[in-house]
Design a protein around this ligand. Structure first.
Ligand code: MN
Length: 197
């Protein structure tokens, strides 16, 4: 009997109260502690004894559908989301990424407005992504449910979670306020490190 690979939940690289007042420790407790945890636990249970059991997570996302896809993608999306924050991180983009943002959107501020508007207009549960193609061109992508730009052959570099569980405890129905405040904790050195140009 072979031992299956199990995905484990990586610990957060900051304290549960470090993202205050943008994201509260109560939201961290539920969103990271219960929602992210459940996606990873469900994924491990669903892939046990299947062809997915020994695949890297990114390959499961590209090759699966249904419940396996939903839980694999949500596991990946949440790990990616929580690792882009640092309250004392780099506040604005720099380098090649900033050049590309300015070339495509005019300015960082215009890009932020467009990204927030895209996130605010996702109907129901989902995500708003910034991703690049193989030439480095950026796209803002509205995604429903668990969808991830990896399935379109794109490289995700930034994401805001717009499921209600991401903001309801702190902002209630005010999704646009959450989208506007969350820039304060994004560490652009992390986002730049995900942009391979
Ligand atoms: Mn979430």
């Amino acid at each position: 009997m072979s031992e299956n690979m199990k995905f484990t939940q990586p610990p957060l690289p900051y304290a549960p109260d470090a993202l205050m007042p943008v994201i509260s420790p109560v939201t961290i407790d539920f969103h990271y502690g219960k929602h992210e945890r459940a996606y990873i636990d469900n994924l491990n249970r669903l892939i046990e004894g299947t062809k997915y059991a020994d695949m890297p997570l990114e390959r499961i996302i590209v090759e699966s559908d249904g419940p396996v896809f939903n839980n694999a993608s949500q596991a990946w999306n949440h790990i990616f989301y929580f690792f882009q924050f640092n309250p004392s991180g780099q506040k604005v983009p720099g380098g090649k990424l900033m050049e590309r943002i300015e070339a495509q959107y005019g300015s960082y501020e215009e890009f932020q407005k467009e990204f927030e508007a895209a996130g605010a207009s996702v109907f129901g549960s989902g995500w708003v992504w910034l991703a690049n193609d193989e030439e480095g061109k950026l796209s803002i992508i509205k995604a429903s449910n668990a969808d991830n730009p990896l399935t379109q052959g794109l490289n995700p570099i930034l994401v805001f979670d717009v499921w209600e569980h991401a903001y309801y405890l702190d902002y209630q129905n005010r999704r646009p306020d959450y989208l506007h405040k969350i820039w304060d904790i994004v560490d652009w050195s992390v986002i730049e490190s995900r942009y391979p140009f």
